[in-house]
Design a protein around this ligand. Structure first.
Ligand SMILES: Nc1ncnc2c1ncn2[C@@H]1O[C@H](COP(=O)(O)OP(=O)(O)OP(=O)(O)O)[C@@H](O)[C@H]1O
Ligand SMILES: [Mg+2]
Length: 424
């Protein structure tokens, strides 16, 4: 549950069409869907393009990124037979930091002491009176729970009776420049941004069940450039973090270890990869195709696997340390792995060992005749962006239409949020 009001689904002439735009490090993916009657979505269009202008979740080449955004959106809109105007945009990258904070107010109605929408907004506003460094800004904030006169665990306090109202909020900040570059790419590609959503929270909407969020679970979106972490307990996000390491590091380790090109290393990782040496005992050697004038070679399966094992172990150990650093380690009762790198054989087994908890792979679920096509961890973010947008009618971040293509847009976001809250 986020604390800022949303306008609901895209209404720009494509009524009920919802579009998720996942600008990943390896692929840009656009998903078009319509809400179904059960609170889920039905996929109408899917578009993918190779992401060549991103590194570790951040834009490094705007032209290539703009072009790839257009390609992905064009493909999805041709499949869906509709025009795309507004998108829910995912964001990740090593520049993102998150923390928890609180706000407290006295309830205004001193006679009947009934908590109103206005009290709720005032307490949200109080929680966000924060000093952020000049080069960073808050792009998403999620209300975790409300506390009324000491009684905690309240998801919506409106209508309850009390004197003192508190809110606990998860705040996510990012480097202004990195966010603005991403927004400018989308604006230059010709699309408006409805909401900016942290990718791990989006992916969680697609692959974590409400029960898992309630009992305590972690999601790891293991992508190409980043590994995104989000921890849930009591039905709310408690911690999020982005680790700037992902499947691309596995590929470059292989390329180095096998003395081959990145392209061949990537191909071999997908076809032969396994990150547990114990799982490849007795397997024949891996054939490394020729590069340039060099002859093909064979490397023992164990050696090939050991290269992947070392890096995956490093990533998962970092994640495990992040669980502890978050202070919510004890609340995590299971871990869900999603994103393309979660498909690597041996990852779930190694994660089970390192985290010492149940681990499963998360596949996004949705309806429609294209559902099978997106039943893949790589699409968790794209689908999750739509689900998050749909489920959180109180959305995290709204970008008013008039300002969507303004280059100085991001610098004004905080001011707008403030005035939005002030208007109530
Ligand atoms: N079957 C597979 N086995 C191993 N790795 C895989 C497999 N399929 C995809 N990958 C890896 O998954 C990564 C891409 O995953 P994904 O599409 O989730 O990343 P992304 O969204 O582009 O990147 P990011 O989220 O980090 O910005 C690549 O590194 C790719 O090599
Ligand atoms: Mg991704």
């Amino acid at each position: 549950m986020s604390i800022f009001k949303s306008r609901g689904p895209d209404q720009s002439g494509n009524e009920d069409i919802l579009v998720g735009l996942d600008i990943g490090t390896t692929k840009i993916c656009c998903i078009i869907a319509v809400p179904d009657n059960l609170g889920g979505i039905e996929i109408r269009g899917v578009g993918n393009s190779k992401s060549l202008g991103m590194t570790r979740g951040m834009v490094v080449n705007m032209d290539l990124t703009i072009q790839a955004i257009r390609e992905a959106v064009d493909e999805a809109s041709a499949m869906a037979g509709c025009r795309v105007d507004d998108v829910y945009l995912g964001i990740a990258g090593g520049h993102i930091h998150s923390f928890n904070t609180e706000g407290v107010i006295a309830v205004r109605d001193k006679v009947e002491r009934i908590i109103t929408e206005e009290d709720k907004k005032r307490v949200q506003k109080a929680a966000l009176v924060l000093n952020t460094p000049v080069d960073r800004d808050i792009f998403q904030s999620v209300a975790q729970e409300y506390v009324v006169d000491g009684q905690d665990g309240i998801l919506d306090p409106v209508g309850m009776v009390g004197v003192r109202l508190e809110v606990k909020v998860h705040v996510i900040t990012g480097a202004i420049n990195a966010i603005q570059n991403l927004l400018n790419c989308v604006a230059n590609a010709g699309f408006n941004v409805n909401d900016i959503i942290l990718e791990s929270l989006a992916s969680a909407s697609a692959v974590l069940s409400p029960q898992e969020m309630d009992v305590g679970a972690a999601i790891l979106d293991c992508g190409g450039g980043t590994t995104d972490i989000a921890l849930f307990a009591g039905g709310a996000v408690k911690h999020s973090a982005v680790l700037a390491l992902g499947g691309n590091s596995l590929t470059s380790d292989l390329a180095q270890g096998l003395r081959t090109s990145n392209e061949i290393a990537e191909m071999l990782k997908i076809s032969e990869g396994c990150c547990l040496t114990s799982m490849v005992e007795g397997r024949g050697p891996v054939e490394v195709p020729s590069v340039g004038g060099f002859a093909p070679r064979e490397v023992p399966a164990r050696y090939f696997s050991a290269i992947l094992e070392r890096r995956v172990e490093e990533i998962l150990t970092h994640v495990s340390q992040e669980f502890v650093r978050s202070g919510f380690d004890g609340a995590i009762n299971g871990v869900v792995l999603t994103g393309g790198t979660s498909l690597l054989p041996g990852v779930t087994e190694m994660a089970r060992e390192i985290f010492n908890r149940p681990v499963r792979r998360g596949y996004p679920a949705c309806g429609g005749f294209l559902a099978e096509m997106v039943h893949d961890p790589k699409f968790a973010t794209g689908i999750g962006l739509i689900l998050y947008g749909l489920q959180n009618s109180e959305s995290a971040m709204r970008v008013p239409k008039s300002e969507k293509s303004s280059p100085s847009l991001w610098g004004r976001i905080w001011k707008r949020l403030k005035s939005m809250l002030e208007q109530g």
